[in-house]
Design a protein around this ligand. Structure first.
Ligand code: DAH
Length: 340
């Protein structure tokens, strides 16, 4: 017999300590424990060992076999664990890492302005109603007391759909629809889109938005109109603003006025926003013309009312310091995103 069990064990330990891969462990197992392995040969050689040593020799050889077998198995298991750990490391997620930004949508500044205006009037007891964008010529002009030859009726100003239908040029036709559909007291606002054959520039757009207001009841006077619209201006632009009413003309109101408010930027001393005047024109208004009430079937002996209309784009432009109306419709997220 060439090698003692102890020597074989030491050599096996040395070999296994260098094992790095599954096949290294397997090669060591075959070298010592395989059919022709060194430990197997040792056990086969038992017969040639003198009888008095045989028992101790057998015990030692079996212990070596057992130990090498354990070293191989442990080595393989450790290797498998290391591989698994490596894989997990590669797949691991850092749950503390900040998440990727998800772009979140927001309401368009025009929608926000309409919501704000609506909220203020709802707080004053108004309900919100909407009318169609495609209107009759009658509702948009005739019923609103517009003269038959009024220039705003021209093809160059108004988009006609047919001879007697058009894209409404104002939200005022909702006054007619409301009066025809309901009995006083009436207290509504109506936001919506309007259309005029304007060439786009910094202050004009062929599509724009208005908010119409209408109140009809017994004993309504110009004082109610002024109080209501002054309260609106203060809630919309700040308690410091003061309002004034200038005589104006609209066919559907008599008397008619335009409301100006003191500039909320400079307080009235004059700046770029108010073009140096200290005042900003904010809306049109007036006492509903009896002809309009009559079309709506309202008894003009009992009832009076006031109406107003304002441009939403103008109000949003003033509020945000925007100097070009076209920005609202280009939908460039760099612009739109600023109002989120
Ligand atoms: N419809 C008018 C326009 O487009 C605005 C307006 C003025 C509406 C006076 C009204 C009002 O209800 O009373 O210019």
């Amino acid at each position: 017999m060439d090698k003692r069990p102890e020597q074989i064990l030491n050599e096996a330990k040395a070999l296994l300590s260098k094992a790095e891969a599954e096949q290294d462990f397997e090669a060591a197992r075959i070298k010592y424990l395989g059919k022709n392995g060194e430990v197997t040969a040792l056990l086969k050689s038992m017969g040639s060992v003198p009888a008095e040593e045989r028992k101790a020799f057998g015990k030692e050889a079996n212990a070596v076999k057992h130990e090498i077998s354990e070293l191989v198995n442990d080595g393989k298991a450790a290797l498998a664990r290391a591989l698994k750990a490596g894989k997990l490391m590669k797949e691991r997620i850092d749950v503390t890492e900040p998440g990727a930004d998800i772009p979140v949508g927001a309401l368009h500044p025009i929608t926000q302005a309409i919501d704000e205006i609506s909220r203020i009037f709802m707080g004053l007891g108004y309900s919100v109603t909407e009318g169609p964008e495609a209107e009759t010529v009658f509702n948009n002009f005739d019923a609103l007391n517009a003269a038959p030859n009024h220039p705003s009726r021209d093809l160059t100003d108004t988009f006609y759909l047919t001879g007697n239908t058009l894209l409404r040029t104002q939200t005022s036709p909702v006054q007619i629809r409301t009066l025809m559909d309901s009995e006083p007291p009436v207290k509504v606002i109506s936001p919506g889109r309007c259309f005029r054959a304007d060439t786009p520039d910094a202050t004009h757009s062929p599509m724009f938005h208005q908010v119409e207001g209408l109140l009809v009841d017994e004993g309504v006077t110009m004082a109610d109109l002024k109080g209501t619209l002054d309260a609106f201006a203060k809630r919309m632009f700040g308690d410091d603003v003061v309002t004034k009413f200038r005589p104006h003309f609209f066919p559907f109101t008599e008397p008619s006025a335009e409301m100006d408010m003191s500039c909320f930027v400079c307080g009235g001393s004059g700046c770029r926003v108010c073009k140096g005047s200290g005042w900003i024109e904010i809306l049109g208004c007036g006492m509903v013309h009896p002809n309009v009430l009559k079309v709506g079937g309202i008894d003009t002996e009992t009832y009076t009312g006031f109406a107003f209309g304002m441009g939403v784009e103008r109000i949003a432009m003033l509020g945000h310091g925007i100097d070009d109306i076209r920005l609202f419709y280009e939908n460039d997220v760099r612009f739109i995103g600023q109002f989120a």
